[in-house]
Structure formats: structure tokens, C-alpha cells
Design a protein around this ligand. Structure first.
Ligand code: GDP
Length: 632
């Protein structure tokens, strides 16, 4: 019985294995610095391949390190790390981006090289891409609306009819008609989610701060994100129309965060605006262009296959997958074979923010694209492939890589020592979730926020599936198998799926506000945490007399001093402040001759503590119960 071996025996066996003879298990060892590069989702087979070892022997070594895995199972970085240290190797996990670079390399696509190879003549000025960030309620949405409404072209076209996740406006700057692109999903969640996926979309951030409120936690968070990404900031001091607005205070407060206004000798432009009254919007656009021209060299080559990023995507009943794409370099044409993340297809039609058809979209132009076979995620890179077949192959390779990485993430990390025990004690609890939303940006933001919930180590939260669109039969089936809860954000059931969910007993919850979903999940997680108990005193009684009964043992004639004494509750006996008997039970309780279930403060009663007879006059009998401690 291997599992029964003592730790020492195991250790000895392991040390033998490490000895030059390796006790029959041959594992080539590194010198402590030998680097092994592994892709995410690799298995022991892959590792064995790299170091020329027998996979079975790696399984054995890992087993002795307290981890159980098969040779083909995807393992995570920590597990490889443990194994590598023992064998004298250093593991380098290849990042998702690097992996994708290698994957594209197989198709002769090298995006970095492509950019490096471009010479000056090929590069042409492009509009800046701007994201609006700031604390909640400081006016991000209102400001984006105000900027949109100043646009002349929009006015001529009869106003913007659609929200597509990004828009472009024009502004005459120093006599030149210039364009600016705005990402129309305010908030740094979208910004961070995209950056986390390696997509740097934003050139300039507008930090909105309400002049009647001041610098708030999310203001700081937003500016930290922008500064970390090396994105220049223009500060919009909003709501200057309001009484009590103090724009000077905002300038003052932000100096602490290295944003010093130009008028104070710094290099950050601060513009006072009122998004509500459309004041200062022109000056703000002016400031964005001035900052862009001073700090950035915004140029791109329009004469090549398009490269870009998916900003937002959803599934439309009539039109299929609809994605808003920001072209970053090259030009996207109708008819191009494209791949965005794991979605592929051919551009069937493109629309701008006014709903007008577009046949070509150059650098910094956001367009809504029809023709993808599935819905990409926000932050997925988009590229034009030489033909549809290549696009499909890239998408499929990416999907396989993603699946492998997901499997690695899924593996329960639990050591051999405590596995059975933990399972029996119910220590391992996982909340599995399936997330569905109307747009991919929302799903990403929700997943991000959920994974950030701090619930300690006892409970695990796993998103086993995420996607855009209605809740389908497949989602419910997944939830049935993995015992998951489905969260629908701004979506409904697909046809006949509700009955299925009912029948299978799958909990499906619908939300239209992200924070409500997060709150509920957090509460559920806390409920799932093993309850903690604390002792709660129920009552005390003073022993006034002791009656000896041959049948019931000693009976304490007592006066209830506080609370109440209840039958069948836990009790202890104290004498001069010291416990003389603990873990007893109130086995009998009488008022005069009658049995009682409880006796309240101020009343006399007879208490029997079963076989415990060590009771004296003057003792205190204390009763208590264990109560679940509420979590903070
Ligand atoms: P967000 O959470 O940052 O997107 O903030 P919103 O754009 O939703 O604005 C929050 C509230 O502030 C709304 O009630 C707006 O009408 C109001 N608001 C936004 N800008 C201004 C402004 O310039 N002046 C005044 N008085 N109210 C504003």
C-alpha cells in the first residue's frame, strides 16, 4: 500500500531515486540552471520530451513530491516548478502572447518584424485613440456623449444612430481638419481587460474628475493604469457648472500623483469642462491633439493587410456575429479573410458609427464588421490572412492552445497527503460558473471582477465557460455536468432552454447590473464557506441545594441567575470560578414536580446532569450552545 507509507519511508525512497543510481528510475538531471521552455497547458509528456526522460519516471517523481498526475494531463506552472526544482531545471513558461507569436510564425506572420521593417515613407499620420476614464459618476458617459454631439459630420449625417463601442469625431486644429477616435466603453475595466490580453489600444487617456467631488479611489486607479501603460493623460475637470465646483482643488490634489498642470509648471493639460452644458469640449479636443502631437509619434502604414483589435462583439439574431474592430495599421477591406482571436471569417460588410456602409477602413478607424463565424472577445487581435483557409487554421490552432491552457488552469491543485481527507471533510468546495452576456466586453469585465473576489483559500471560484449570446442547451448541459451556476448578463434563455434548466435543476440567474451579479456571487461564496462556530452562553444558575436521587443521580436545586436554562443543552459546572465539570448536558429539568423544557431568570428549578454527581451548594451551572459565527 503505497499511500500508507510513512513520510520518512517516502523521503528515503525519494532520496534513493536522487542518488546516482536513481534506484531504477532514470531521470536526466539539470545543473540547477538548465532552462526548459514549456507552453501553457503542457503535460509531463512534453516536459519529458524536452529533457529526454521517460514520462513514467516523471510521474513517479511527481508522485513522491505529493502530486498525482498522469503523463498526458496538462499541468500548471507551480506543479512544473516543484518538479523542476527537484530535478535541477528552471521552468520558463511561454506566455500566451509569445505562444501566439510562435503560432503565427508558423504561418509566416511576424507582426513585430512587420512594424520594424516599415520605413518612414510608408508611415502616415493617424488619429489618436482616446479612452475616457475616471471615478464612477464623475461624468464619463456624459462626456463621451458631449464629444460625440460636437461632431460636425455626425450633425450632417443626422446624428449618430448606433453605439458600436468606438467612434471618430473631427476637429479643426490649427487650421487642419483632424480626426480623433474615442473608445466608447467608459471605465478602466475595459481598458485593463484589453491590456491584460496584451492589446494596447489607447494612445491617450482622458481622466475625468468632477470638480465638485475631487480625486476619488477610482480616479487614482485609473491614473495608475494609464501611467503603468505609459499612456499620456489629459485631465478633464468636469461639472464646473455646479455650485461648489473647485477646479483649482483638483489641480492641487493631482500634483500628488505626478500630474502637474501646465499653469503650475508641469506638463499635463487640465481642461475645465461641463459635459452637461457642452462647455469646454472644443478645448478638451484641442488639448488631446496638442498632447498627442507633443508626446507621441502617431503614424501607421495604411498600405498593407489590416491589423487591429476587437473592441466589442455580440451575436445578432439576423446578422450573426457582429464585431467592432479598431484598425491599428493597414487597411481593412470588404472581402478580406480575417481572424480575430479564435473567430474567423470573411468581411461581408462594414459600417461606421453613423450606420453608413464602409468599404475600406484605415488606421485608427473603428468599424463594425459582419462576417465572422463566431464572436471574438474584447481585446482579441484582428488580422487579415492571405486566404480564408489560413484564417480558419489560425483560429483553430488558437482554440486548441486555449483549450490546453484552460485545462491546465482547471486541474485541482491538491496534494496527495490531504486529498482523501479534504474530500471527506468537504474542505474542497468550488463554485463553478458559466457566464453569458450580450457583449464580450461585459463578459470579460464580469469575469475579471468575479475572479477578484477575495474569499480566502477554502473556496474556489471557477469560470468553466463564458460566451456571448442567449443561454443555450449547451450551457445548461455544461452546468449539469460540472454542477455550475449560470449567470446571464443582459441575455435571455434560447428557445426551450428554460424547461431544460428547470428539469435539470440548474440555477440560472439574470442580471443587468454587473455589481449586482458580483454581490450575489460574493454572498453565495461566503455562504459556501464552512461555517465557523462560537460558543454562546444561554444562561447561568446558582446551586442552592443538592438532592440525592438513586434513580437520577444528584439533582441541583438551583435559581436561574441569567438567561434561561434549557433541557438538552450543553452545560458546565463552575466552583469559585474554576470549571469542575465540562461538556455536560442538562439531562433533566424540573419546576417542582413537573418536567420543564426551559426555566427563565429568577425562577427555581431542579437540574440533573446525568451521571455527573460532583455538585455542591454555591456552584454555578452555565449552559451554552455553539452558534454559527456571521462572516464579516
Ligand atoms: P459616469 O459614471 O462617470 O459615466 O458618470 P455619468 O456620465 O453617468 O454622470 C453621472 C451624473 O453626473 C449624471 O447624473 C450626469 O447627468 C451628471 N453630470 C455629468 N457631467 C455633468 C456636468 O458637467 N455637470 C453637471 N451638473 N452634472 C453632470
Amino acid at each position: 500500500m503505497r499511500g500508507r507509507k510513512s513520510k520518512r519511508a517516502k523521503r528515503q525512497e525519494f532520496e534513493q531515486m536522487q542518488a546516482p543510481s536513481l534506484g531504477g528510475v532514470q531521470v536526466p538531471r539539470g545543473n540547477g540552471r538548465t532552462v526548459v521552455r514549456l507552453r501553457h497547458g503542457s503535460s509531463l509528456n512534453d516536459f519529458a520530451d524536452k529533457i529526454d526522460a521517460n514520462p513514467a519516471s516523471l510521474v513517479t517523481v511527481l508522485f513522491h513530491l505529493g502530486e498525482m498526475a498522469t503523463a498526458t494531463q496538462s499541468l500548471d506552472e507551480d506543479t512544473f516548478g516543484t518538479l523542476a526544482v527537484e530535478l535541477g531545471y528552471v521552468i520558463e513558461m511561454v506566455s500566451a502572447e509569445e505562444e501566439d507569436r510562435e503560432l503565427l510564425g508558423a504561418f509566416d506572420i511576424d507582426l513585430d518584424q512587420e512594424l520594424a521593417d516599415e520605413d518612414d515613407e510608408q508611415l502616415q499620420p493617424r488619429p489618436p485613440v482616446v479612452t475616457v476614464m475616471g471615478h464612477v459618476d464623475h461624468g464619463k458617459t456624459k462626456l463621451l456623449d458631449a464629444i460625440r454631439s460636437t461632431d460636425v459630420v455626425a450633425g450632417e449625417a443626422g446624428g449618430i444612430t448606433q453605439h458600436i463601442g468606438a467612434y471618430q469625431v473631427r476637429h479643426v486644429h490649427e487650421g487642419v481638419d483632424r480626426a480623433l477616435t474615442f473608445i466608447d466603453t467608459p471605465g478602466h475595466e475595459a481598458f485593463t481587460a484589453m491590456r491584460a490580453r496584451g492589446a494596447q489600444v489607447t494612445d491617450i487617456a482622458i481622466l475625468v474628475v468632477a470638480a465638485d467631488d475631487g480625486v476619488m479611489p477610482q480616479t487614482i486607479e485609473a491614473l495608475n493604469h494609464a501611467q503603468a501603460a505609459g499612456v499620456p493623460i489629459v485631465v478633464a475637470v468636469n461639472k464646473v457648472d455646479k455650485e461648489g465646483a473647485n477646479p483649482a482643488k483638483i489641480r492641487q490634489q493631482l500634483t500628488e500623483y505626478n500630474l502637474v498642470a501646465e499653469e503650475y509648471g508641469g506638463d499635463t493639460m487640465f481642461v475645465d469642462v461641463s459635459a452637461k452644458q457642452n462647455q469646454g469640449i472644443d478645448s478638451l479636443l484641442e488639448a488631446v491633439l496638442l498632447t498627442a502631437d507633443a508626446a507621441l509619434d502617431l503614424r501607421a502604414n495604411p498600405d498593407k493587410d489590416a491589423r487591429g483589435v476587437a473592441i466589442e462583439a455580440n451575436l445578432d439574431k439576423g446578422r450573426g456575429a457582429v464585431a467592432t474592430v479598431l484598425v491599428q495599421s493597414g487597411t481593412l477591406h470588404v472581402g478580406d479573410a480575417i481572424v480575430a482571436g479564435t473567430a474567423h471569417g470573411r468581411v461581408r460588410a462594414m459600417f461606421d458609427e453613423h450606420g453608413e456602409t464602409v468599404t475600406a477602413a484605415g488606421p485608427a478607424r473603428p468599424v463594425m464588421v459582419l462576417g465572422l463565424a463566431s464572436v471574438p472577445r474584447a481585446g482579441d487581435t484582428l488580422l487579415v490572412a492571405s486566404d480564408e483557409r489560413t484564417a480558419r487554421q489560425i483560429a483553430e490552432k488558437r482554440e486548441a492552445a486555449e483549450r490546453a491552457a484552460l485545462l491546465a488552469k482547471r486541474r485541482k491543485r491538491i496534494s496527495l497527503e490531504d486529498f482523501t481527507q479534504a474530500l471527506q471533510q468537504g474542505k474542497v468546495e468550488t463554485l463553478n460558473l458559466v457566464l453569458k452576456g450580450d457583449v464580450s466586453g461585459a463578459v470579460e469585465a464580469l469575469e475579471d471582477a468575479l475572479l477578484k473576489i477575495d474569499v480566502g483559500e477554502e473556496v474556489d471560484l471557477r469560470v468553466i465557460h463564458r460566451g456571448v449570446g442567449a443561454i443555450t442547451q449547451n450551457d445548461v448541459n455544461l452546468a449539469t455536468v460540472d454542477n455550475a451556476i449560470i449567470i446571464g448578463f443582459n441575455v435571455k434563455y434560447a428557445e426551450r432552454v428554460e424547461e431544460l434548466a428547470d428539469r435539470e435543476g440548474v440555477d440560472v440567474r439574470f442580471y443587468s447590473v454587473i455589481y449586482q451579479a458580483i454581490d450575489d456571487v460574493e454572498a453565495a461564496l461566503k455562504g459556501m464557506l464552512k461555517p465557523e462556530y462560537e460558543e454562546a452562553q444561554l444562561g447561568t444558575a446558582e446551586v442552592r441545594e443538592v438532592f440525592r436521587s438513586s434513580k437520577f443521580g444528584n439533582i441541583a436545586g438551583s435559581l436561574v441567575r441569567s438567561g434561561e436554562i434549557r433541557r438538552n443543552t450543553k452545560a458546565r459546572v463552575l466552583r469559585n470560578g474554576t470549571v469542575v465539570g465540562d461538556n455536560l448536558t442538562i439531562e433533566s429539568l424540573k419546576r417542582f414536580k413537573d418536567d420543564a423544557t426551559e426555566v427563565r431568570e429568577g425562577y427555581e428549578c431542579g437540574i440533573g446532569l446525568g451521571s455527573f454527581n460532583n455538585i455542591e451548594i454555591g456552584d454555578t451551572i452555565e449552559t451554552w450552545e455553539m452558534r454559527e459565527k456571521p462572516r464579516s
